[in-house]
Design a protein around this ligand. Structure first.
Ligand SMILES: CC(C)(COP(=O)(O)OP(=O)(O)OC[C@H]1O[C@@H](n2cnc3c(N)ncnc32)[C@H](O)[C@@H]1OP(=O)(O)O)[C@@H](O)C(=O)NCCC(=O)NCCS
Length: 227
């Protein structure tokens, strides 16, 4: 008699997104340690701050400890209504960065937001595009997303480059805190149609079936919201 398939109690640990060069997954303890080591080697020049929450300015070891807690908190606080899939990104088995995908009341509005970083030595090689394409594939092709949004400070050409290259369109600007001062944030929006037109990366998603309920993605995709 065949054994029933073993389903993990937290099936998100079995979810894998693979691109031409990268693999994305929830980090286990060893990968989380490696990811935090990479943060310590630098993500951006000290003179600039790409993040709205300036977590990279914290002194060591608080920065590393908060980074660990940030990842673990995303799992502890996960609900189908409000979740952040915070994936570690590896290349040839080594950690190169992190990519997140966030859903707020995803079942009702089918919109996701993304955030990401790469270790400095891994930037400028197209990996940022590849890892964003991976979570967009998860969102649009498997979770039934209708829209993705991203935001970057006005001088973050690399993040904006990733968005524009993948088919996002500019979606306004607003003031956001940056190291305690207001600065201009630029918004970008990718529709399902835009994603289909610019979908050029090879992305394979495995283990998603058992996660759909956790993503609040079961059931029919609601119709397009009014423009
Ligand atoms: C943002 C980030 C993830 C982008 O990843 P990346 O691998 O460096 O970017 P890519 O190589 O995929 O480049 C994407 C596009 O932007 C362009 N670009 C990259 N760096 C650029 C720069 N410094 N200036 C101008 N354009 C740039 C690339 O040419 C590419 O466009 P193209 O394919 O048309 O040539 C990465 O640079 C990073 O981690 N930066 C620090 C943290 C950060 O800013 N996170 C995002 C916060 S919003």
């Amino acid at each position: 008699m065949s054994q029933p398939r073993r389903v993990s109690h937290w099936p998100l640990y079995d979810l894998r997104l693979r691109t031409e060069r990268l693999e994305l997954r929830l980090p286990d303890t060893a990968l989380l340690e490696e990811m935090v080591d990479l943060v310590g080697r630098g993500i951006h020049p000290e003179a600039t701050m790409p993040f709205g929450v300036p977590w990279t300015d914290l002194p060591s070891p608080q920065r590393e400890r908060e980074a660990v807690q940030h990842v673990l908190r995303s799992i502890a606080e996960w609900t189908p209504k409000s979740w952040v899939y915070l994936a570690v990104v590896t290349r040839d088995g080594r950690v190169v960065g992190a990519q997140d995908l966030k859903g707020v009341d995803f079942g009702a509005c089918r919109m996701v937001r993304t955030g990401s970083w790469l270790g400095r030595e891994h930037q400028g090689q197209g990996l940022g595009q590849e890892m964003r394409a991976a979570v967009l594939e998860l969102a649009f092709a498997h979770l039934g997303a209708l829209e993705a949004q991203s935001a970057a400070f006005h001088d973050n050409a690399a993040s904006q480059g990733v968005s524009l290259r993948l088919g996002y369109e500019p979606n306004g600007s607003w003031l956001a805190p940056r190291r305690g001062r207001p600065d201009l944030m630029l918004g970008f929006r990718l529709t399902r149609e835009g994603w289909l037109r610019h979908r050029r990366h090879q992305v394979t998603v495995t283990g998603v079936e058992d996660c759909l309920e956790l993503f609040g993605a079961g059931g029919p995709v609601p119709g397009q919201p009014p423009e």
